[in-house]
Design a protein around this ligand. Structure first.
Ligand SMILES: Cc1ncc(COP(=O)(O)O)c(C=O)c1O
Length: 393
């Protein structure tokens, strides 16, 4: 039994870690040092806010260290590294600033919004009345003028910007002040674009009018899987007061240590990393567009984030293509969104984006033998096995 379990992990590691082009925008790779902290002694331990447990002094220091770094990297008045995931961070924000029946605005899943915020997700769980932002699909963005009208009429208590499909900055600056004047609390779910925000290459929600920025720490942000909340003093302290005992009991200290180190990497290398992620996304989009792939938004430069969206009209067609790409060890989701975080972290640049586009073309358009493409993919991956934008031990 033991050998079976270990062998499955090894097979996965060998396949996804060494032989695949990983283009899922929700994923990234940690540096070896950040990754090693996940298996540190900290992963066995407990702490509690009321000092119930002894033996916590180094964990307490790590938490302080991490919070200070996070405040510095994001220019936030408060930071909290305890949320166990992006979804839990979303839940903390929504639950702390709403009550049953309140109106809540976010991007609809049909327009690329995060389904976990919608009726079947947190809005349903918390009994919120969810109203979508008007959305302009040709620009892949919230329609500012129509959204202003909806805010004025619906008087939401909560707004959350950000989405799962996000290629352009959301109009926080244009909409937050109107919502705030009506007494709303404004959040930005930065799960997807957190690394680009940290690298100062996307938008800056906390300066544009959001009270809080929160989300996952493992998509464009290259930390361990988990969540984070950054906020102004008033909202941050209100959430901190409730995280325990409502949402997280023991935090995962191995993850928080790893996240702290990833924050240090982001402070040092974040700008260069985020710039290259976006340059790579633009290059991948342009190359695919030149091969006649239906890349979204050619009229506005395709993308300003880590994502490239291919619009095949429906998810069924997307799923077929995603399966076909998987046969060649090119891993994407079924939207199809392509993400450039991981390949960038492995050191790939525009030249490699042209090669990736060619590989995608040979799999999807030319019907080339998948075994042949797999060999080319493996060769390309073998040249990029290290992790860049990190401290070298
Ligand atoms: C916009 C957005 N928010 C939150 C989440 C949930 O993140 P996590 O998987 O860290 O819980 C996702 C998941 O992909 C997402 O796209």
């Amino acid at each position: 039994m033991i050998s079976e379990i270990l062998s499955l992990v090894k097979k996965h590691e060998n396949w996804r870690g060494k032989k695949c082009l990983n283009l899922i925008p929700s994923e990234n790779v940690m540096s070896p040092t950040v990754r090693s902290l996940l298996s540190s002694e900290l992963g066995h331990r407990y702490t509690a806010r009321d000092r119930f447990y002894m033996g916590t002094r180094f964990m307490d220091e790590i938490e302080q260290f991490g919070e200070e770094l996070a405040k510095d990297v994001f220019g936030a008045e408060t930071a909290d590294l305890r949320p166990l995931s992006g979804h839990v961070a979303d839940m903390i924000f929504l639950a702390c600033f709403s009550k049953l029946g309140d109106v809540f605005m976010c991007v609809s899943p049909e327009d690329g919004g995060y389904p976990g915020l919608w009726h079947d997700g947190l809005a349903g769980l918390l009994g919120l009345r969810v109203v979508p932002f008007s959305f302009a699909r040709d620009a892949m963005n919230i329609n500012v003028e129509k959204a202003k009208e909806t805010i004025t009429h619906a008087k939401p208590k909560l707004l959350v910007f950000g989405a799962s499909l996000i290629t352009f900055p959301h109009p926080v600056k244009e909409l937050a002040s109107i919502a705030r004047e009506l007494g709303a609390c404004v959040g930005f779910d930065g799960s997807h674009v957190l690394g680009l925000i940290a690298g100062k290459q996307f938008q800056d929600p906390l300066r544009e009018g959001a009270h809080a920025l929160f989300g996952s720490t493992h998509k464009s942000f290259f930390g361990p899987q988990g969540g984070i909340i950054l906020a102004d003093k008033e909202h941050g302290e209100a959430m901190k007061a409730k995280i325990y005992p409502r949402f997280v009991d023991n935090a995962h200290w191995n993850r928080i240590a790893a996240l702290t180190l990833a924050l240090a990497e982001m402070k040092e290398f974040g700008r260069d990393y985020a710039e290259q992620v976006i340059r790579n996304a633009k290059a991948l989009a342009k190359n695919l567009y030149d091969y006649n792939f239906p890349v979204k938004c050619p009229h506005i430069g395709f993308t300003q984030s880590h994502q490239v969206i291919l619009d095949f009209g429906n998810y069924e067609r997307g799923r077929e293509i995603a399966k076909k790409l998987q046969q060649s060890n090119i891993i994407v989701d079924r939207v199809i969104r392509l993400g450039t975080c991981e390949v960038t972290r492995r050191g790939m640049k525009e030249e490699e984006m042209a090669k990736i586009a060619e590989l995608i073309k040979s799999a999807v358009m030319d019907g080339e033998n998948p075994e042949k493409i797999k060999r080319k993919v493996a060769k390309l991956c073998s040249e990029f096995q290290t992790v860049e934008y990190c401290f070298k031990p």
